[in-house]
Design a binder for this molecule. Structure first.
Ligand SMILES: Nc1ncnc2c1ncn2[C@@H]1O[C@H](COP(=O)(O)OP(=O)(O)O)[C@@H](O)[C@H]1O
Ligand SMILES: [Mg+2]
Length: 219
């Protein structure tokens, strides 16, 4: 199958089942369907067609497609099937349960997930939205999905403070999921490695205050 981001998917989409309805701003509707006979997931932003947000939605589709294209052949990410009219993205359907719905997940899954995340980071990519709903465990293998917020840093920028902070934050999210699902708390070394530096805490607190004030004023 041609997996280039520019690939236009055929219209052979059968009986889509809604997996997640996009309710918040710039959230896609996510469907399970078949593309050319293969189980697939389509992330669909077409409700933004002919709106001012259409160009941003198109950028998001292109961006996620490009990320998946770069991860082609990797067992920890779904294969890209292509894009549909610029406002929808098709990818391989990963059978299994997300970490947010699985009750029992063994430590091996988290060891695999940590190795996968290290590999992603060593390719210069940060996921930036690592939560239970964005990891599907398929026959014991953790598969990362939802690369909307992912970012690839060029080699010369990989050791800059922002890139390091995003890697640290991916790792902290993984450890949180691990603690929730296996009860294993991070080791002292892991806790030290994922602790937020002062400048990040400052930005976060400032942002929260600003956001609360904006919400207060809007109410
Ligand atoms: N390739 C996939 N295989 C299986 N399920 C998927 C796949 N992609 C998405 N899903 C399901 O749809 C949900 C929403 O998709 P996601 O890409 O996370 O969209 P959003 O950007 O709205 O969070 C996921 O939490 C997961 O349950
Ligand atoms: Mg998601």
């Amino acid at each position: 199958m041609n997996t280039r981001a520019s690939t236009a998917l055929g219209a052979d989409l059968s009986a889509p089942v809604l997996l997640k309805e996009g309710t918040r701003l710039l959230e896609p509707n996510v469907y399970r369907t078949h593309v050319n006979g293969q189980p697939a997931v389509v992330k669909d932003y077409s409700r933004y067609r002919r709106t001012l947000l259409a160009p941003i939605a198109r950028l998001m589709v292109r961006h996620e497609a490009r990320m998946l294209e770069q991860l082609k052949g990797w067992r920890h990410a779904p294969a890209l099937l292509g894009t549909l009219g610029g406002l929808a993205l098709g990818m391989e359907f990963i059978p299994g349960e997300t970490l947010s719905t699985s009750a029992l997940v063994g430590q091996e899954v988290f060891n695999d997930l940590q190795a996968a995340l290290d590999k992603l980071h060593s390719a210069g990519i940060t996921h930036n939205d690592l939560h239970g709903t964005n990891v599907v465990v398929s026959a014991g293998v953790p598969v990362l999905i939802d690369f909307t917020s992912a970012w690839r840093f060029p080699r010369w920028l990989r050791e800059n403070p922002i890139s390091r902070q995003l890697r640290r934050s991916d790792n902290a999210n993984l450890l949180k999921m691990q603690q929730r699902l296996t009860g294993v708390a991070p080791s002292a070394e892991q806790a030290a490695l994922t602790a937020e530096p002062g400048w990040v805490r400052g930005i976060r607190t400032g942002w929260k205050r600003f956001y609360r004030r904006m919400k207060g004023e809007a109410a």
